[in-house]
Design a binder for this molecule. Structure first.
Ligand code: LMR
Length: 397
């Protein structure tokens, strides 16, 4: 039965983690997956999360019963409050369902788009490698719009706007809400205004992938700008909200789907259909991550701790940006390196070519994705000089 099954290639991001673990070199550095690491290079359980987890485990009212298909109703308000003003929440026009972190939320949304009869999704070029595959799996057509400008190592805003003009009414535009993965390049506030106006004019269905709120600036409100703008514009749109990075809850698979609808009635209808998709896919979501997030967000001391932890994580990453740029520039490495500090969020899109990346991985044991992306969270004071040295060697060919 199985003899004819072809072997699939390893995942372009998670496959690198396996290779890193198997590498016995003392020099090895993991800059592949977007997961926070401490200054000592270790995974970090956020103290607010650890405290919340203790409280959750001690809570004798907790049981192991199924959650509702869309998650517990009381868990929804605090996560909505990270994205929407209270008056919008009170209007009842947001359909919210717990889902399996960012990828799971996107899967549910993709299936919902298919159910709605949407034909095509447009994503930025480049984007997170899993995006096109998620939409293809839901049998949606997928095309790209320009995003990255190689010469300036910044946003190709003119190209992006021209790309939006090619989109047809009722097609979906995928946008990264903040801290674009993999480029670390976001539209400015003024550019977001134009993007929202263009989405309205072209009658598009916006989908905001919100996986890094708090990672760009450490400030949730600032990093939540795009959502608030879309909401105040009155457009209907989707959000896929992940708590993997900003709560460090990668393995708990906790996130939410939100559909901002025009009316309360529409939100009720949308939620009823989201629940059908979820029930058929995995019945109902897991409890633990949702309980932890809820405990942090509804316990003022824990929420304060969490906000400080977000600042700490984003500051450490900013420090590493400065350190890496200084180290590269001190070597007189060919090219310009201001993009290392200009870009934001967890990643730097180095601009290294495919061949240079192969050298980084094979020769220098520095694991990074083939598109030249490095996770700044994997850098620390002990490895940043070595990484700069190797980038220098790779860039000189
Ligand atoms: C990444 O881009 O590295 C993260 O979003 C992790 C993942 O699932 O790919």
């Amino acid at each position: 039965i199985f003899a004819s099954v072809p072997k699939a290639p390893a995942d372009p991001i998670l496959g690198l983690v396996g290779r890193f673990k198997a590498d016995t070199s003392e020099k090895k550095v993991n800059l592949s997956v977007g997961a926070y690491r401490t200054a000592e290079g270790k995974p970090w359980i956020l103290p607010s999360v650890a405290e919340a987890e203790k409280l959750v485990v001690l809570d004798t009212t907790q049981d192991k019963e199924y959650q509702p298909i869309d998650g517990k109703p009381e868990n929804k308000l605090p996560v909505q409050q990270l994205l929407f003003d209270q008056s919008v929440i009170d209007s009842g026009c947001i359909a919210t369902a717990q889902a399996l972190s960012g990828t799971g939320s996107l899967q549910v949304i993709a299936q919902f788009l298919k159910f709605m009869g949407v034909k095509k999704v447009w994503g930025p070029n480049p984007t997170w490698g899993n995006h096109p595959k998620i939409f293809a799996r839901a049998l949606l057509e997928y095309e790209t719009y320009p995003y990255w400008h190689q010469e300036s190592r910044g946003l190709d805003f003119a190209g992006m706007m021209a790309g939006i003009q090619k989109m047809q009414e009722g097609e979906c535009i995928l946008l990264h809400a903040v801290a674009h993965n993999p480029t670390g390049v976001d539209p400015t506030v003024a550019q977001w205004d134009e993007i929202v106006a263009a989405c309205r004019e072209r009658k598009l269905i916006p989908l905001l992938d919100n996986a890094y709120q708090g990672y760009a600036s450490g400030d949730l409100a600032k990093d939540g700008y795009a959502q608030r703008l879309f909401t105040s514009s009155g457009l209907e749109f989707f959000i896929a909200q992940s708590f993997a990075k900003n709560f460090g809850l990668y393995g708990e698979r906790i996130g939410y789907v939100h559909a901002k609808c025009a009316t309360k009635e529409a939100a009720e209808v949308v939620l009823s259909q989201l629940k059908i998709i979820i029930r058929q896919a995995y019945s109902s979501p897991p409890k633990h991550g949702a309980a932890i997030v809820n405990k942090v967000l509804t316990t003022p001391e824990l929420k304060d701790m969490w906000l400080k932890e977000l600042t700490l994580m984003s500051n450490r990453i900013s420090d590493m940006r400065v350190a890496l740029r200084q180290a590269i520039e001190a070597k007189g490495t060919p090219g310009t390196w201001n993009h290392v500090t200009d870009q934001i969020g967890m990643f730097t899109f180095t601009g290294l070519s495919k061949e240079q990346v192969v050298r980084m991985v094979e020769e220098f044991h520095i694991y990074m994705t083939a598109d030249g992306r490095i996770s700044m969270a994997g850098l620390n004071p002990s490895n940043v000089q070595y990484v700069a040295e190797c980038i220098d060697k790779a860039a000189r060919g």
